[in-house]
Design a protein around this ligand. Structure first.
Ligand code: BGC
Length: 764
């Protein structure tokens, strides 16, 4: 605590301190005029600023701001620098609207493609998700505006999100759900963290001491302020005890009063209130000192520059999923029919608290037809209504007629906002029935059918074989329409790759049998096997794998070099390879690095993403791409040690164009520098195998086996591990030696042996 803050904390009354720990209204912290402590303004987040017009929730009305692609699209860029520029732009807009903290980014893992807010989240992979979040945070905060990394933690569904209990084992939590936050917290220090609505293993996240203080503050060293999701606090006092600094929104006089009473009753230590107040004051003073605006003097930003950035990001977000016979780009400018209501009424963002009022809005039809390269004879038919899912035969017939007269039909389909929003999950992975019917109908008359998708999360594509090309544009923000035109016309070469698996069917997804749980309980029974980790382990073929995406050019990978073939886990391993653009047009390539543990003593996914680089190459150009792998790249979370641990052994370093297209690989031997795990107490039921695996007890047991085999004449048998007797011996509990040694050992000797083994264990 700095002197000023410590001094202020001393001088504030208990009532004032309690009031600081609860919001003043929907978007403001409480001011204490007596000490000139001002109020901060917080606002959503994440892919654009949603400043409420009237100070209320503002879900339907907010001030205009640039609407960038939502996180599903941002992550498909795999472009760290670009995400940071989005962050910078967001930070500038916050300064322009006098916002101190932007409520984002959101990094919850996409456990099920049904998750209602998946469009707002980055990925099914924690490494990719955390890398994106890190640079977003860095960008926003470089402008003197705070972020709020949300929703901490394991808030992976909308169904009963304010009451449900997420039940998940410790290893899975650390490796998947917490990991998505962890490196962003450590590397970019978000000014605030937002605790989630749900319970985690029985306790509300906003009251969860293990989560907020144990993991976030003690282990990860987080020093910022923790604020609750809006309405997430059940008991303000329990929240303070757990380390939750600010309850939002306010006013909530009962909450402040309950804190005062609890301190007076002796149920809550005043020092806990003081610690939260100190963190809040730190935040308030930092934010105020970073303000670039002053009352009455506006701070401006480049509105059209931000729009152009949004369009560029949308161009990099799009993922080309299919492009038969290089039908795209449409460079030879044949006659084109543009079909689908979404071509003129774009779906460009998701519903709920992230909904932005854009400063400008492009649609594909306008952007496509105004581009010089296009013939003037582009035609249009809506094909379906966005207001209903019902099939309209008249609209379909008209669209069929329009499509059949053109050389190529571009069909815009996607999910209407009512199917994808905060507050509820999706029920299925299909497009609306009227859109699926339209695709089938057009395919009958037009073989050159290019499908352009606008959706925030995976859909099933039972119709894909009848199309020539599919371009996944996600929710592209206000420049999404222009970005679609740029890609279709070859002005932009698509370079996005999927940050999530598209399953062939919903039932293929690992969470299928346990989503969204029963009553107020959802058990993550698939454990670590989320997304590609599951499809790979089960050797399933999804519709499109994680990391997949096509380009208008081709890339060649070669010369994988590791700077060592053996390393300890304390050393960093340097990896490099060469990528060459061997096609005709310039383009970006995303090179992915996966690590596989060959000898883990615990179950591990077949491969995990541990590095990626995006490079831009002219035709014929090549570049060397480098990666550095540290201990974490080889580790799993060892629950016994309560720490990340590398098991000594061989690891494969695989370089891929996607998780399923591994092009280069090499093996490295990594040696653990961790001390051996503390052996457990030896009992009658400890197995011979466990004792042999433990370096402390192994010599005693080896000696015993040697004596035993000599006495029984089974020496050979017990040494050869493929031998039945040896195999059985390994799983034998010590107590069974008495019976099977046929008189060689009795109960008294067994007790002596156990005593001797425990003495050895204790002396370690
Ligand atoms: C959402 C948060 C959002 C907050 C404020 C909540 O319902 O879960 O993501 O920041 O509202 O609008």
């Amino acid at each position: 605590m700095t002197d000023t803050i410590a001094d202020l904390v001393r001088r504030l009354t208990l009532e004032e301190k309690a009031s600081l720990c609860v919001g003043a209204d929907f978007w403001h912290t409480t001011a204490i005029p007596r000490f000139k402590i001002p109020s901060l303004t917080l606002s959503d987040g994440p892919h654009g600023l949603r400043k409420s017009v009237d100070g209320g929730p503002g879900l339907s009305q907010s001030l205009p701001a640039t609407c960038f692609p939502s996180a599903a699209g941002l992550a498909s860029t795999w472009n760290r620098d670009l995400i940071e520029s989005v962050g910078i732009a967001l930070g500038e807009e916050c300064q322009a609207e006098s916002i101190d903290v932007l409520l984002g980014p959101a990094v919850n893992i996409k456990r099920s493609p049904l998750g209602g807010r998946n469009f707002e989240y980055f990925s099914e992979d924690p490494y990719l998700s955390s890398e994106m979040a890190s640079r977003y945070i860095r960008g926003v905060q470089s402008q003197g505006v705070g972020t709020s990394l949300k929703h901490f933690a394991a808030n992976n569904q909308e169904h009963r999100r304010m009451t449900t209990d997420t039940v998940v084992d410790e290893r899975t939590l650390h490796e998947i759900y917490l990991a998505s936050f962890e490196s962003a917290v450590k590397s970019s220090a978000p000014w605030t963290m937002m605790s989630a609505y749900n319970r985690l293993n029985g306790t509300f996240c906003s009251e969860n001491l293990w989560l907020l203080s144990g993991v976030l503050r003690d282990r990860w060293g987080y020093e910022g302020a923790i604020i609750s999701d809006w309405g997430a606090v059940d008991s303000r006092v329990a929240g303070l005890r757990a380390g939750l600094d600010l309850e939002m929104p306010g006013p909530h006089h009962g909450a402040a009063a309950s804190v005062v009473e609890a301190v007076r009753r002796g149920d809550l230590k005043e020092s806990q209130v003081d610690a939260s107040v100190a963190r809040l004051l730190e935040l308030i003073f930092k934010a105020v000192a970073s303000r670039k605006w002053t009352e009455g003097v506006a701070y401006d930003y480049d509105v059209s520059g931000h729009h152009q950035l949004a369009r560029r990001v949308a161009g990099e977000s799009a993922v080309l999923l299919k492009n038969e016979n290089h039908i795209l780009p449409l460079t030879s400018a044949p006659s084109v029919a543009i079909i689908g209501a979404l071509a003129r009424q774009p779906r460009y963002q998701g519903g709920g608290s992230s909904h932005v009022q854009p400063t400008n809005l492009e649609n594909l039809w306008d952007e496509f037809t105004k581009t010089r390269r296009v013939p003037s004879n582009a035609t249009y038919a809506s094909g379906y209504s966005l207001d209903t899912d019902s099939v309209d035969e008249i609209l379909i017939a008209e669209a069929k007629d329009t499509a059949s007269r053109a050389d190529i039909a571009i069909l815009c389909v996607g999910l209407p906002e009512r199917m994808e929003s905060e507050g509820y999950d999706r029920k299925h992975l299909h497009l609306p029935a009227n859109q699926e019917a339209l695709i089938t109908a057009l395919a009958e008359v037009q073989p050159n059918l290019v499908v352009v998708l606008s959706n925030g999360a995976p859909i099933e594509m039972p119709w894909i074989d009848r199309t020539a090309a599919v371009l996944e544009c996600y929710l592209g923000g206000q420049g999404g329409g222009g970005a679609m035109a740029d890609i279709l016309l070859g002005i932009v070469n698509p370079s996005g790759k999927l940050a999530e698996t598209f399953p062939a069917t919903l039932s293929q997804n690992p969470s299928y049998l346990n989503f969204p749980g029963e009553a107020d309980r959802v058990e993550y029974r698939e454990n670590l096997f989320v997304g590609y980790r599951y499809y790979d382990a089960k050797e399933l073929t999804p519709l499109f794998p994680f990391g997949y995406g096509l380009s208008y050019t081709q890339f060649e990978y070669r010369d994988l070099v590791l700077d060592r073939t053996e390393a300890t886990d304390a050393e960093s391993v340097g990896v490099s390879m060469v990528v060459k653009n061997c096609g005709q047009v310039a383009g970006h390539e995303i090179v992915q690095l996966y690590v596989s543990d060959q000898q883990a003593p615990v179950k591990r996914p077949p491969r995990e993403l541990k590095g990626f680089q995006k490079v831009f190459l002219q035709p014929g150009e090549e570049a060397t791409v480098s990666f550095h792998l540290d201990k974490r790249a080889f580790s799993y979370y060892d629950v016994g040690r309560s720490a990340w641990h590398v098991e000594t052994g061989d690891f494969t370093i695989a370089i891929g164009k996607s998780s399923r297209e591994i092009v280069l690989s090499q093996v490295i031997h990594v040696v653990s520098t961790d001390p051996p795990a503390t052996p457990r107490q030896v009992t009658r039921n400890t197995t011979v195998g466990d004792l042999l695996r433990n370096p402390v007890t192994a010599p005693v047991i080896q000696g015993l086996i040697a004596r035993f085999s000599q006495a029984t004449g089974m020496a050979e048998d017990l040494v050869d591990p493929s031998n039945l007797a040896a195999a059985m011996l390994l799983d034998l509990p010590l107590r069974a030696l008495v019976i099977f040694s046929q008189g060689y050992m009795d109960e008294e000797q067994l007790a002596g042996l156990i005593y001797q083994l425990n003495a050895g264990v204790r002396s370690e």
